[in-house]
Design a protein around this ligand. Structure first.
Ligand code: S3P
Length: 172
């Protein structure tokens, strides 16, 4: 059992549409931690939104910005950090998040990811003819990484956010 303490962070990982932002905000409130969303911090630093960054700088440009922000957040404590779905692919990011972070994987089916993201124009990787196929391919590749990194795994399909938060708190 992990002890919750303010010199730690809680890091939420998982795919687009897993509920990292929704769960993260509630969890932060519950723990008295500060909520932060790596995508939002990237946008603030850059002064532009994620679609713009992908457009102008490509995914590589975005990943560079993401890496800098993850490093910065990893140095702080008392945070609940919602990460972008691709943030944990980079080995340096993994180390920076793991150092003080208790990693929670919000495990979600591809169908549920799709249901939660198909209306959204803010995710450049999904602006294709077949977003379901993209989500499916990303899941194949990333699910083993999320699972490997996680201290806690919680399924978020068809569960209300409050019960997900309750489960996470019981495991911390
Ligand atoms: C991405 C997920 C997004 C965002 C960017 C790339 C990914 O974050 O970082 O569009 O590679 O899966 P969310 O998981 O918060 O949607």
């Amino acid at each position: 059992k992990l002890n919750k303490s303010p010199d730690k962070n809680v890091v939420l990982v998982g795919p687009m549409g897993a509920g990292k932002t929704t769960i993260g905000k509630l969890l932060a409130k519950e723990l008295g931690f500060q909520f932060t969303d790596s995508d939002k911090v990237i946008e603030q630093r850059c002064g532009a939104d994620i679609p713009w960054i992908f457009d102008v700088e490509g995914e590589a440009g975005f990943r560079g910005r993401e890496k800098a922000v993850i490093q910065e957040l990893g140095e702080q404590s008392g945070l609940v950090i919602a990460t972008g779905g691709g943030a944990v692919l980079d080995p340096d990011n993994q180390l920076n998040l793991k150092e003080k972070g208790i990693v929670v994987y919000l495990k979600t089916s591809v169908a549920q990811q799709y249901e939660r993201t198909f209306r959204d124009k803010n995710r450049p990787l999904l602006q294709t003819d077949n977003p379901l196929a993209v989500l499916s391919a990303l899941f194949e590749k990333r699910d083993p990484i999320y699972s490997h990194l996680a201290d806690i795994v919680v399924k978020t399909d068809k569960k209300n956010p409050k019960s997900v938060v309750k489960y996470i708190v019981s495991k911390l």
